[in-house]
Design a protein around this ligand. Sequence first.
Ligand code: ATP
Length: 270
Amino acid sequence: VRARVMEVTKSPEVSYADIGGLEEQMQEVRETVEMPLEHPDMFVDVGIEPPSGVLLYGPPGTGKTMLAKAVANETDATFIKMAGSELVHKFIGEGAKLVRDLFEVAREHEPAVIFIDEIDAIAAKRTESKTSGDAEVQRTMMQLLSEMDGFEDRGEIRIIAATNRFDMLDRAILRPGRFDRLIEVPKPDAEGRELIFQIHTRNMNVADDLDFAALAEDTENASGADIKAICTEAGMFAIRDDRTTVQRSDFEEAWEKIQAEEEDDEVSKT
Ligand code: ATP
């Protein structure tokens, strides 16, 4: 059961250099997650407790998971990921049991970074969600908070949660000693998009005169995940055209295609 719902990776292969933009967010993650893992003694010497949990919030595909993986890579920690939706179960006690398992696996693999994606699935305001009124979901959340309270020296295990729905969260989980460090991860601005294009074309054969700043201007509102998709799709356009060099028009057509697909998705959801 564990293997199915938990992703466990020793020192995942994502580094800070793979993340475009998000300088401030990287800095904050380093201070709140990396420092306590690498220098727990400093917190003891200074006489403060490191933040308990870090919450990353922002739109889908902006690099939240990457940030958590990069910090685990940098600290040579085991990355343990679980989606909040996996913790929502029909059977009484099952969600809480999974939470206990999650922390047990983390203790077995210290140093470890626990990453809980879609935390809103178990921590939505009662009024906002069908499931949150559910006593079982409440119990699962309580178990998570009690595990977080549980460790005295949290140095070797750090907890990062992520959500696309900050507005939906039950404020109780943001209290001190819980997820008390909030980091917003927004969509990239033009400069960020330019950096992300450079990262995702690193291994691509692009035209010598490709203007990355212009590409960034052309793709307003694209997330990092969109840019990754644009690069792959642009390569497909070049192949269809029997070229081995990818040019600006390929990227532009790719973005149009991806936007059209995203619109179709929106329509089919409503
Ligand atoms: P979700 O909320 O949907 O889980 P997320 O914020 O966790 O999304 P990631 O899983 O980190 O997003 O990003 C998805 C993919 O998009 C990454 O694997 C990466 O290829 C690309 N990506 C997203 N943001 C960035 C970024 N800032 N720099 C480089 N690549 C990015």
